[in-house]
Design a protein around this ligand. Structure first.
Ligand code: C2E
Ligand code: MG
Ligand code: MG
Length: 723
């Protein structure tokens, strides 16, 4: 079949002017072609415009020898053939397909071909009219986009898988929330944190998990966060499946969708929820420790102050309160003699007893050592406060059974009331302390209500403490001696050392005013050693028949240096040990432990005598006379003083002398002021006597002269009998 030659572009034997249709065909920006649809020439090119030549790379002449099949890419041929068939059969009027064509140079390009079929009058297909557009550039960019998309999708898939793995295995619970507040993801950590699987939890309302105390706050924070976005950390409690609450720290992060303005609402929120129960427990333990005493579990000073603040509010509203300052009178002795474990057990028992003495709204606090404070609310009167204080004194002074030991301690209580004595914590605590000081100064095991005049008393005591310290450094003490006389012979058999303080303003101060302070502050130890050394030195100058008596307090005896101090004083002075007599009171034995008894026994072994001073006062247990072998019992001057007036006193004096003689222990009557008393004592068989009848205590320098006034030890007993 002859090729229908293109009208344009080919050389014509008789050139004619191009028609508008020629121009349109030549300049059309897309290829136009006619391919035969007749059976005899099917698929051959009949016409192609220059643009199609350019697209295909074939000249018009070359296209004469090219079939559509040759031009079409093998992979696209079947579908192209099918479209042609459908056109030919009339199934469709027009087709539009993208396919690749093989260019003459071997390259392939993508084209878009729209085809229709041209039929003859009888309806038989003549040609396929094709409209071909080079879409290779678009295809290239599509391919590039697709490639990039695929890479991105792969990366996204990988990243999703990675994050899923992380989220699924994270120890923290991860929750993703959509903008509508529904949850899109809950990590499996929910099971461990809250006892729910992610599936169980994903649709539950957040608010129902929140602790009632946190609910309002956290909901407000969350609403705010959903609007403002960003990242923030929040702490709250969530209810566990089993009902308990778990402290969590949640890190909320909001991400905004590209199309959503931040100001509208965040599109996705992620919460990373961490279990901080352990940290919270540790924090609350620390907080509790900061406010409680470790040993007893009672409120400490910090919490006490808060309670006093609350008490102030209570008082301001018309109520009343009392602050009780409580101190054990001889706690140090228990600690020193029985050890810290027993001391601690004692403090715990005191704490328990105190708690049983108060009502629910009252406070019992421990400030340290054996210092306790009780705050009582809603008292009717000061008398009621005093009664409650007194009952605390009595309750705490009852015997304690601790680790197999029976322990006796007493307590003193100082009370201040509010609003009468003040409103503020500092003032009330100070007043209660002042009252406590007075209770102690008044002989302990006592309860005192604060009076403004007490403050001056306390100040005096504080001043005394300071001055006493100076006096110790400056050695402004003096040792006076009072004779102890043989009832039978009237001769001086001993001299008791009694310390005096030469105060620059107050003059000569007596031991009752400073020994208790020295005891409380521990100054008694150096003071006692000073007395011991000085007295031994003086005594070494006296006639050999005269012994030296030195008073020793419980604190001294417990001090680790005491035995060395005695030996040192004896050695230094050259005084023989059997001329030294140590006077101790029952309080020493009251808290006696193995250590104290060992010291006393060691002294005895050295030849030092031991006297039981002030017998008849205090507990006066005859058991003490069995627990330690005393050389002398000194009958307290309170019995001797009214010996002649009160039958009871005489009976006691007689009984003590009787016990002494039965046990082979000498008896010394203290405070003998009259001859009558002396005669009565003699008639009852008392061995020795001491008192103003013979002499008051005199300074060391007067001793020689004083001794001269007494019969010598060898003198006839009648000398005294005639006195
Ligand atoms: P004490 O050991 O019972 O001493 C006897 C006290 O009775 C002395 O009081 C003495 O002056 C006083 N006294 C003696 N005869 C009479 C009398 O006829 N009538 C009256 N009303 N009183 C008389 P002082 O010197 O004031 O000592 C008081 C207490 O201080 C002593 O009681 C003793 O327990 C203690 N003390 C004195 N010096 C020392 C010391 O160096 N160390 C220690 N630890 N305590 C001491
Ligand atoms: Mg004495
Ligand atoms: Mg005495």
């Amino acid at each position: 079949m002859p090729l229908v030659r293109p009208k344009l572009g080919a050389s014509s034997p008789t050139p004619r002017a191009p028609s508008p249709a020629d121009i349109a065909l030549e300049r059309a920006p897309f290829g136009i072609s006619l391919v035969s649809a007749r059976p005899e020439s099917y698929g051959t090119y009949i016409f192609a415009n220059p643009t199609l030549c350019k697209i295909s790379g074939y000249s018009m002449e070359q296209l004469n020898d090219v079939t559509f099949r040759a031009l079409c890419h093998a992979d696209d041929f079947e579908s192209a053939k099918e479209t042609l068939e459908r056109l030919k059969s009339g199934a469709v009027d027009e087709t539009d397909a993208e396919l690749r064509i093989c260019r003459r140079d071997g390259s392939r390009i993508w084209v878009r071909q729209r085809r229709s079929v041209i039929k003859d009058a009888a309806g038989a297909p003549l040609f396929y009219l094709s409209h071909t557009e080079d879409i290779s550039e678009r295809k290239a960019s599509d391919a590039a986009i697709n490639a990039a998309r695929s890479i991105a999708e792969d990366a996204l898939r990988e990243s999703e898988a990675r994050y899923r793995l992380l989220a699924d295995h994270a120890a923290d619970m991860i929750v993703c929330t959509r903008a509508d507040r529904t949850r899109s993801y809950v990590s499996p950590a929910s099971q461990r944190l809250l006892g729910y699987t992610p599936a169980e939890i994903i649709d539950l309302d957040f608010a129902t998990f929140l602790h009632p105390d946190d609910r309002e706050r956290v909901q407000a924070e969350y609403a705010d966060f959903l609007v403002t976005g960003g990242a923030s950390t929040h702490t709250y409690r969530l209810r566990h499946h089993d009902g308990h609450y778990v402290w969590v720290e949640a890190h909320w992060v909001a991400t905004f969708g590209a199309t959503l303005a931040k100001s509208i609402a965040c599109s996705v929120a992620v919460s990373v929820v961490r279990d901080i129960s352990e940290r919270k427990a540790a924090e609350s333990k620390i907080a509790s420790m900061a406010r409680h005493d470790e040993l007893t579990g009672l409120p400490n000073r910090v919490l006490l102050r808060e309670r006093l603040e609350q008490a102030r509010t209570f008082v301001e509203r018309g109520g009343s309160a009392a602050v009780l300052s409580i101190d054990l009178d001889n706690f140090k002795a228990v600690n020193d003699t029985l050890g810290h474990a027993i001391g601690d057990a004692l403090l715990r028992e005191v704490a328990e007893r105190l708690q049983r003495c108060v009502r629910q709204n009252d406070t019992v606090a421990r400030l340290g050592g054996d210092e306790f404070v009780v705050v009582l609310l809603g008292l009717e009167s000061r008398e009621e406060a005093a009664q409650r204080g007194q009952s605390i004194v009595e309750r705490l002074s009852e015997r304690y059974e601790l680790g197999g030991h029976q322990v006796l301690v007493s307590a003193s209580v100082g009370i201040t009331t509010s609003p009468r004595d003040g409103m503020f914590a500092d003032q009330l605590l100070k007043n209660a302390d002042v009252a406590l000081y007075c209770a102690k100064a008044d002989g302990r095991r006592a309860c005192r209500l604060f009076e403004p005049s007490m403050a001056a008393h306390r100040q005096r005591r504080l001043d005394t403490e300071g001055e006493l310290r100076d006096a110790l450094a400056d050695e402004t003490f003096a040792i006076f001696y009072q004779p102890i006389v043989s009832v039978a012979s009237g001769a001086v058999v001993g001299l008791e050392a009694l310390v005096r303080w030469r105060h620059p303003v107050r003059g000569l101060v007596y031991p009752d005013e400073f020994i208790p302070i020295a005891e409380d502050t521990g100054m008694i130890v150096p003071l006692g050693e000073w007395v011991l050394r000085g007295a031994c030195r003086h005594a070494s100058q006296w006639p050999a028949a005269i012994r030296l008596s030195v008073n020793v307090s419980p604190t001294q005896l417990r001090s680790a240096t005491f035995l060395d101090a005695v030996c040192g004083a004896l050695q230094e002075s050259g005084l023989s040990a059997d001329r030294l007599d140590i006077e101790i009171t029952e309080s020493v034995l009251l808290q006696a432990c193995d250590g104290t008894l060992a010291v006393l026994n060691e002294l005895r072994r050295l030849g030092v005598g031991i006297s039981l001073d002030d017998f008849g006062t205090g507990y006066s247990s005859l058991g003490y006379l069995r627990s330690f072998r005393f050389d002398r019992i000194k009958i307290d001057r309170s019995f001797v003083g009214d010996l002649l007036q009160r039958a009871e006193s005489e009976a006691i004096v007689r009984a003590v002398i009787g016990i002494g003689s039965a046990l082979g222990i000498s008896t010394v009557a203290e405070g003998v002021e009259t001859r009558g008393q002396l005669q009565r004592l003699r008639s009852h068989g008392c061995s020795e006597a001491q008192g103003y009848l013979f002499s008051k205590a005199r300074p060391a320098e007067e001793i020689t002269a004083m001794l001269a006034a007494f019969p010598s030890p060898q003198s006839d007993r009648d000398t005294l009998a005639s006195a």
